[in-house]
Design a protein around this ligand. Structure first.
Ligand code: KG4
Ligand code: ZN
Length: 350
C-alpha cells in the first residue's frame, strides 16, 4: 500500500510517499523561512501563495525520486486542517485534483492526527498510548486510543509552547525561527541565573499556560536594558528550564489520568515541532522512566511539519477504509477530541 501525503497547513510545503511497511520512499520539504523572516513570523497570505507556487513541483520531484507513477498510488492524503486556511485549501484542492484524475481514494487528514500517529511510522507501537503534542499552534496531552479516537487530558488555556519559544526568541533578538535558535542559545546559558514563573505547576489536571511566563521574560528583557550574548544565553536557558519543569509536571499528571483510563499501557510519545528540542526530550525521557513508562520520540525531522506523517496517517486511515468524499471541506479549526470541554478558565485554544 502506497500513499502520497501533502502538507501545507503552515509554513512548510511538503510531499512524501510512504508505504504500509513504514518506508518513506521519497520525501520533499520546502521551508518558507526566507519568505517570512522579514516579518519574524508566518504571514498567512505569503504562506498560501508560496504553497501554490511550489507544491506541484514538489509533488513531481517526490514521485520522480521514488520512480512512482500516479497510477501506482493507493491513496492521496492531504492535510485538511487545522491550520492557516489559505494553505490548507491549496494542499487539499491539489490532493482532490489528483484523486479525481486518478480515481484513487482521498484521505483528508487532521494535521494533529499526523503528529499524534507519527510515532507509529517509527515503530510498531500499539494503541493506546499517551501523546504530548507540542507545536507552534498546539500544546495538548491526549490518550491516543485508535485511529480517529482521541481523549484529551489537558490543553493550553492560552499560548502554545512553540509560540512562547518563538516570542521569547524574538524578544531576545535570536532570529527566526525562534525555537531552534533559542535552544542553541540556551546551551551556553546558566538556567539558574533568572527565576522565572512555572505556570500551572502542581495544579490538579494536566492543562498548560504559557502567557505569564512569556510576559515575565518580556519584563526581564525590558528591565535589563542592553543585553549581551551571555545575558541572552542565560535568559534563554532560564526560559527553557521553566518550560521543561512545566512540561514534566503536566505530563506526570497526565500519566496518572491516562493510567486510570488504561491500566497497563505505558508508552509516552512526544510529537510536534517543539519535540525536536533535545533538552526537553531528555527531560521527558526522565519523567517517563520515573513513572515506569518509555518515551517514544520520533527523530526531529519527523517532529516538525512534514509530508511523511500525513502520508502515514493516510496509510492508517486507508487500511481501515476511512476514505473521504471529494467534497470534504478544509477546516481552520479541527480538534482531535471534539467532546473535550473547553479548557479551564478561558479555552482560547482547542
Ligand atoms: O509542528 P510544527 O513544525 O508546526 C506546527 O504545527 O505548529 O511546530 C513549529 C514550532 C515552532 O513554534 C518552532 O519554534 C518550534 O516548533 N520548534 C522548536 C524547536 N524546533 C521547532 N521549539 C523548541 N526547540 C526546538 N528545537
Ligand atoms: Zn505541526
Amino acid at each position: 500500500m502506497l500513499v502520497l501525503g501533502l502538507e501545507t497547513s503552515c509554513d512548510e510545503t511538503a510531499a512524501a510517499l510512504v508505504d504500509d511497511d513504514r518506508r518513506i520512499r521519497a520525501e520533499t520539504i520546502l521551508s518558507q523561512l526566507d519568505e517570512h523572516r522579514p516579518y519574524q513570523g508566518v504571514v498567512p497570505e505569503i504562506a498560501a501563495r508560496a504553497h501554490i507556487e511550489h507544491l506541484d513541483r514538489l509533488i513531481a520531484a517526490t514521485m520522480r525520486e521514488a520512480g512512482i507513477g500516479f497510477d501506482q498510488l493507493d491513496g492521496i492524503a492531504a492535510t485538511a486542517g487545522p491550520g492557516l486556511i489559505g494553505g490548507v485549501i491549496v494542499g487539499l484542492m491539489t490532493g482532490k485534483a489528483i484523486a479525481a484524475v486518478t480515481g484513487k481514494p482521498l484521505l483528508a487528514i487532521n494535521h494533529l492526527e499526523g503528529h499524534a500517529l507519527s510515532a507509529r511510522l517509527i515503530e510498531d507501537l500499539p494503541f493506546p498510548y499517551l501523546v504530548l503534542l507540542v507545536s507552534g499552534g498546539h500544546c495538548q496531552l491526549l490518550a491516543v486510543e485508535g485511529v480517529g479516537s482521541y481523549h484529551r487530558l489537558g490543553t493550553t488555556i492560552d499560548d502554545a509552547v512553540g509560540e512562547a519559544f518563538d516570542k521569547v526568541a524574538k524578544l531576545l533578538g535570536l532570529g527566526y525561527p525562534g525555537g531552534p535558535a533559542l535552544e542553541q542559545a540556551a546551551k551556553a546559558g546558566d538556567a539558574r541565573r533568572f527565576s522565572l514563573p512555572r505556570p500551572m505547576l502542581g495544579r490538579p489536571g494536566a492543562d498548560f499556560s504559557f502567557s505569564g511566563l512569556k510576559t515575565a521574560v518580556r519584563h526581564l528583557v525590558t528591565q535589563s536594558g542592553q543585553l549581551g550574548d551571555a545575558d541572552r544565553a542565560d535568559i534563554a536557558a532560564s526560559f527553557q528550564a521553566a518550560v521543561a519543569d512545566v512540561l514534566a509536571d503536566r505530563t506526570r499528571h497526565a500519566i496518572a489520568l491516562f493510567r486510570s483510563r488504561h491500566p497497563g499501557a505505558n508508552r509516552l510519545v512526544v510529537a510536534g515541532g517543539v519535540a525536536a528540542n533535545a533538552s526537553l526530550r531528555a527531560r521527558l525521557a526522565a519523567v517517563a522512566g520515573s513513572e515506569g513508562f518509555r518515551l517514544v520520540a520520533p527523530p526531529p525531522r519527523l517532529c516538525t511539519d512534514n509530508g511523511a506523517m500525513i502520508a502515514w496517517a493516510g496509510v492508517e486511515r486507508l487500511r481501515l477504509g476511512l476514505t473521504d468524499p471529494l467534497d470534504v471541506v478544509p477546516k481552520a479549526r479541527w480538534p482531535l477530541d471534539p467532546a473535550a470541554p473547553p479548557a479551564a478558565f478561558a479555552g482560547v485554544k482547542a
